[in-house]
Every structure is written in C-alpha cells, then in structure tokens.
Design a protein around this ligand. Structure first.
Ligand code: SF4
Length: 63
C-alpha cells in the first residue's frame, strides 16, 4: 500500500504543496501545518513533484 507522510514538525506551512497539488494537500489555517485531503491518493507525477519541491523536504512517499 502506498502512503504519504507529512512530518508536521518540519513543515513550515509555506503552502507550496497546497498550491501545487490542491486536491491532495492543504494547510490547516489553525495549526499552519500541511495535511492530506486524500489519505490514499493515486500517486501521480504531480504528487512526486510536490514532494520534491517541498522546501523542508517533509513529504515522504512510501510505496
Ligand atoms: S510544501 Fe512542505 S513545508 Fe510547505 S506546507 Fe507543504 S509540507 Fe509544509
């Protein structure tokens, strides 16, 4: 099973992921941390690209 894990400790709330992939990621307005809208999305190139562009490198994709 594939899984996306966001390290909330490292997340800076920059919203890059939410802008690049708004169907999968959002930044919680209260905690200012990224979270998943879809817990088990189909892994697309956009998701891999978003993980690569996360400035804190806190999006991990496990396959
Ligand atoms: S791109 Fe990374 S650091 Fe920025 S909000 Fe998303 S998970 Fe957090």
């Amino acid at each position: 099973m594939t899984e996306i894990i966001i390290d909330s400790y490292l997340c800076s709330g920059c919203e890059t992921c939410a802008q690049m992939c708004p169907d999968v990621f959002r930044v919680d307005p209260v905690t200012e941390k990224a979270e998943l809208l879809d817990i088990a999305p189909v892994l697309t190139d956009e998701i891999y690209l978003t993980a690569a562009f996360c400035p804190e490198k806190c999006i991990e994709i496990i396959e």
